[in-house]
Design a protein around this ligand. Sequence first.
Ligand SMILES: [Zn+2]
Length: 307
Amino acid sequence: MSLRCIFALALAISASLLCGCISNDEEASQEETGKVNVVASTVPLGHFSKMVGGDRVSVTVLIPPGTSPHTFEPSPSQLVDVEDADLYIKNGAGLELWMERIIQANQKMLVVDASAGVDLIEAIGSEDHDHGASSGGSEVHGKILTADPHIWLSPQNAMIIVENIYHGLVEVYPENADIYRKNRDDYLDELAELDRDLNSTFAGTNRKEFIVLHPSWGYFARDYGLVQVAILESEKEPGPRYLAEIVEVAREKNITTIFVDPNFNPKSAEIIAEEIDGFVVPLDPLAEDYIENMRIVGQKIATSLEG
Ligand SMILES: [Zn+2]
C-alpha cells in the first residue's frame, strides 16, 4: 500500500467517525429509525426518492394523489409532517408557489431542487392571452412567461432528478452513500432502457402531433420529436374560437384521440372529441410506478399517431 493510499484511508476513517458523531448529536430522528425522513412535493418525486433510498428512507408525499399540483395549497397538518423531515424534494421550475411556507415550517431540513440542471422549456400561455385571437401556428402560441413545471415527464429529465435526489440523500446521511449509489445506478439503468425503448417507439411514426387537454407533455414531446397541441393554457378554459382552431388541426392531421388528464375537467376535450368524431383517452402525469406509467403513456401516444 502506497503512502498516498494510507493517507486516503486515514482520511476516510476520520470522515466516517465525524459523520457518526454528527448523526448521534444532531440527527436523532435518523438514529431512532435508521432512515432519512423525506418529504417530496409530488407522487413521482416520492417514488424516485424511494427508488434511490430503498429501505433507508421514509417518504411522505405532500400533494396527495388525485390533486392537481397547480391548485394545491399545503394544509396546517401537512406542515406538521414537514417539521420532522430531514430532506425535502421540491419539483422547482415554478411548481411550488407556496415553498416559503414549507421552508418556514422546518428551516433545518435540506431542500433539494429536483429541477437543478434540467434544460427547462418555457410554459405556454399568459393571463392576457386571448385563446381565440392568435393566428398562424396551431400548437405553440401565446406569450412565454415562465418555465413548464412538468419536468418529470421525460425519462432524460428523470435521470437528472434521480441524481439530484441521490446527492441530497448522501448529504443528509453519508453513511448510506454506498447503498444509495447502488440503488441510483440500478434505477438509472432502468430509466435509460425506458428512454431507448421510447426512442425506438417514436422513431418511425408518420404523424408527430398529439392533442392533450392539459399541457403536461412538453418535455416528453421534446425528447421524442413530437408536437404537443394543448387545449388548456394557463389553467383557463378555452374560448370557442380556440376550440375551433384545435378542431381544425385535428381534421387537418387526421387526429382522432384527445388525451385528458384525470386532474382536469374533461368537458372541452369531450366537445372536441365529439366534433371530430373521435374519443378521449386518459394519460396520468402523476402515477406512482413511473416506468410502468411512462411505458403505458408511450404506447397510448404512439397508437394515436398511427390513426
Ligand atoms: Zn400539470
